[in-house]
Design a protein around this ligand. Structure first.
Ligand code: DX5
Ligand code: ZN
Length: 219
């Protein structure tokens, strides 16, 4: 496998009292993207942060800010996250009624558009939007919290989505329970980008944690 795999540490597991410094630290430790988990206490049973925090931490890294919006409704907030500095915005298929419109609205702001699927959602939900997305995010835990156990049944979903994507230039990102043990399973199935929260922030030094994930990948 020669494809380059991207590692996106999730700041959900960072020390929120030092969030800017934590972003700088994972940037310097070799993160490819910075994954930003936005939660509203409605779509998911937890609350994190909004566009003002994204704006505040933007100056701590020049790397890609990858916003994962676990909020519903999502349409009224897309522009605010784009203006705050998100380079990519991923929404949940389950969190918006008009997914096609939502994805086109993200792209119209000059931001890369992603669509995410919860573990119980079929890959068929995205069959008709693949021409409008830059990334498909497969959740391998139920969204809301870091440090949960990887759900193995999602590996088959990743394989199916990889086939559906065909030759299109679309990343398959995987989020939830990614460790050096689970990372090779999803890469082998076709993933190209790994989100890791507790496997990076919970296992300092961060550079070693990121290297441990990369070292476990199939070559
Ligand atoms: C879960 C979030 C994830 C979370 C992953 O709702 O979307 O990004 O931070 O955490 P770990 O890697 O600890 O499972
Ligand atoms: Zn996430």
């Amino acid at each position: 496998m020669t494809r380059e795999v991207l590692i996106a540490p999730s700041i959900l597991s960072a020390d929120f009292a030092r969030i800017g410094e934590e972003v700088r630290a994972v940037d310097e430790a070799g993160a490819d993207w910075i994954h930003l988990d936005v939660m509203d206490g409605h779509f998911v049973p937890n609350i994190t942060f909004g566009p003002d925090i994204v704006k505040a931490i933007r100056k701590y890294s020049a790397k890609c800010f990858d916003a994962h919006l676990m909020i519903s409704p999502v349409d009224p907030f897309i522009e605010a996250f784009a203006k705050a500095g998100a380079d990519r915005i991923t929404v949940h298929a389950e969190g918006t009624v008009h997914l096609d419109r939502t994805l086109q609205a993200i792209r119209a702001l000059g931001v890369k558009a992603g669509v995410s699927l919860n573990p119980a959602t079929s890959e068929q939900e995205i069959a008709y939007v693949l021409d409008y997305v830059d990334l498909v995010l497969v959740m391998t835990v139920n969204p809301g919290f870091g440090g949960q156990k990887f759900i193995p049944a999602q590996v088959e979903k990743i394989r199916r989505i990889s086939k559906m994507i065909g030759g299109r230039d679309i990343h398959i990102q995987v989020d939830g329970g990614i460790t050096p043990e689970t990372a090779p399973l999803v890469i082998e199935a076709g993933a190209s980008c790994l989100v890791a929260g507790s496997a990076v922030f919970g296992r300092p030094p961060y550079a070693e944690a990121i290297t441990a994930i990369r070292a476990a990948l199939p070559r």
